[in-house]
Design a protein around this ligand. Structure first.
Ligand SMILES: [Zn+2]
Length: 280
């Protein structure tokens, strides 16, 4: 099965309590195999990669919690994983944001009791207690105007959604309130809030081989990403000030060497988004 994330720009899929605007800026992915990985062998939190964005699943005492449901069509596979890690039903779904590669399967979870997205997170929301406590933060515009950071303070893990998709140029969904100009500031606010977190799961980074304890990204990687978006924005502003067009700015972009491993597939779209904002 191949489901393309880039369906029809601007169309809206109604999934009950949230509405999803389809965003063409996210690269379509054809990965169809889900892979579940315990984030700590003695713990109850699992990373599920493939099928869209990276998802987390927690086997809580009173039900399974799923953060991001992937593209449409993965509900059954995700429920199978849930029943392999817990006897409890899957009760709670959390969305990092509304894009269909993170929320597409949500309508397939007909038994879930609550679905939590940006509309429930004014600036912060806490769920559950003790080691299973989950905290959700909304800290400003970036990829969209509804990017929620999901943290598990007792496990010192945070899932970033597309606010930190991986080591790549950010994508900005302007039609859904995203902002390339605000992106670095929003990431700085996130870093200030994530005290005590030591592992960061980006929305689309490929899981590391070997031990998930050692291989996953850290706050240092998130800090580097904030620096990357700030330096990138400064380079775009500089090109704008020199009278270059967005295409010229994208073609002539030079970034510090420390970012040479970053994928720049989204760079041109990001430059265009920033130009659109600063030309206004
Ligand atoms: Zn997205």
């Amino acid at each position: 099965m191949i489901v393309c994330a880039a369906l029809i720009a601007g169309s809206v899929i109604d999934v009950g309590r949230i509405s999803i605007s389809v965003f063409a800026g996210q690269p379509a992915r054809s990965d169809t195999t889900l892979r579940s990985q315990s984030l700590d062998v003695s713990d109850n939190l699992y990373l599920i990669s493939g099928g869209g964005g990276n998802s987390l699943m927690m086997a809580g005492d009173e039900g399974v919690v799923l953060v991001d449901t992937k593209r449409a069509g993965f509900g059954k596979a995700l429920l199978d994983i849930a029943s392999s890690i817990s006897d409890q039903p899957l009760t709670t779904i959390i969305h990092t944001h509304g894009h269909p590669d993170h929320t597409g399967s949500t309508p397939e979870f007909t038994e879930a009791r609550q679905i939590i997205g940006r509309d429930r997170v004014r600036d912060r929301l806490s769920l559950l207690d003790g080691r299973d406590r989950i905290e959700l933060y909304y800290l400003g515009r970036a990829h969209t105007n509804g990017d929620v950071v999901v943290t598990f303070p007792g496990k010192r893990i945070a899932l970033m959604g597309d606010l930190f998709p991986g080591k790549m140029a950010p994508s900005v969904d302007v039609a859904n309130g995203g902002s390339g100009v605000a992106f670095p500031e929003t990431l700085t606010r996130v870093i200030e809030e994530l005290k005590g977190i030591n592992r960061i799961i980006p929305g689309h980074a490929v899981p590391p081989p070997g031990s998930p304890l050692r291989g996953w990204m850290t706050m240092a990687d998130l800090q580097e990403y904030a620096d990357f978006t700030r330096d990138f924005l400064a380079a775009v502003r500089d090109a704008f000030a020199k009278g270059r067009t967005a295409d010229e700015a994208a073609a002539g972009l030079t970034l510090p060497d420390r970012y040479k491993a970053y994928a720049l597939d989204n760079a041109k779209a990001y430059v265009q988004a920033v130009y659109g904002e600063i030309e206004r």
